[in-house]
Design a binder for this molecule. Structure first.
Ligand SMILES: Cc1cc2nc3c(=O)[nH]c(=O)nc-3n(C[C@H](O)[C@H](O)[C@H](O)COP(=O)(O)O)c2cc1C
Length: 174
């Protein structure tokens, strides 16, 4: 039996989804074949499988970089720390070349372009295992080949903003 039509509009749906607090990631890869850097701010990241290790994230079909992410062999998902709000904003808008201005880059062990920033709370170098069409988004399933983490506080996204992100000021001793 088919689903019944939604009894709410897109604005209300977005608002309801916004009650779910998430972390924030930046997903990097390169264009093919000319290897220009690409990066996107993505909060739809989630765990999928422990063995084998797999993660997912979803990308709007409207993203101008969509074709490159579909074709990429690998990408790196960086989990942002609370001190990296500037990166979350930088990688959500504007031309790709601007997003990487004054941003240090490195190579993950498997050769994938990544941010060279030790503040990232974690990163996952992923093989671009599968892509599934779902409404107006594409779900990417990544098989994790290498990962790294530290214990920095995460950047938190909720209700369309970063208000729940813990303060990065030193805690008072009183
Ligand atoms: C906190 C935050 C989370 C986001 N999460 C997603 C997401 O999960 N999926 C998505 O398609 N876009 C998400 N976006 C928007 C994308 O970053 C934006 O559409 C993308 O950078 C556009 O890139 P383009 O140059 O390929 O069009 C998010 C934006 C912000 C600020």
């Amino acid at each position: 039996m088919a689903a019944t039509p939604a009894d709410f509009d897109a604005l209300f749906f977005r608002s309801a989804l916004g009650r779910f607090a998430t972390g924030v990631t930046v997903v990097t890869t390169e264009t093919t074949p000319d290897a220009r850097p690409l990066g996107l701010t993505i909060s739809s990241f989630n765990a999928v499988s422990l063995e084998p290790p797999m993660i997912l994230w979803s990308l709007t079909k409207a993203a101008s970089s969509l074709q490159h992410y579909l074709q990429a062999r690998r990408y790196v998902v960086h989990v942002l720390a609370s001190t990296q709000l500037h990166l979350a904003k930088r990688f959500a808008h504007g031309p790709q070349s601007e997003r990487f201005r004054n941003v240090a880059l490195a190579r993950a062990p498997g050769g994938t372009l990544m941010l060279d920033d030790p503040e990232c709370a974690a990163w996952f170098e992923c093989y671009n295992l599968a892509r599934h069409e779902a409404g107006d988004h594409i779900i990417f399933i990544g098989q994790v080949e290498r990962c790294h983490r530290n214990f920095n506080q995460p950047l938190v996204y909720h209700a369309g903003d970063f208000d729940l992100t813990p303060s990065t000021e030193p805690l008072s001793s009183t």
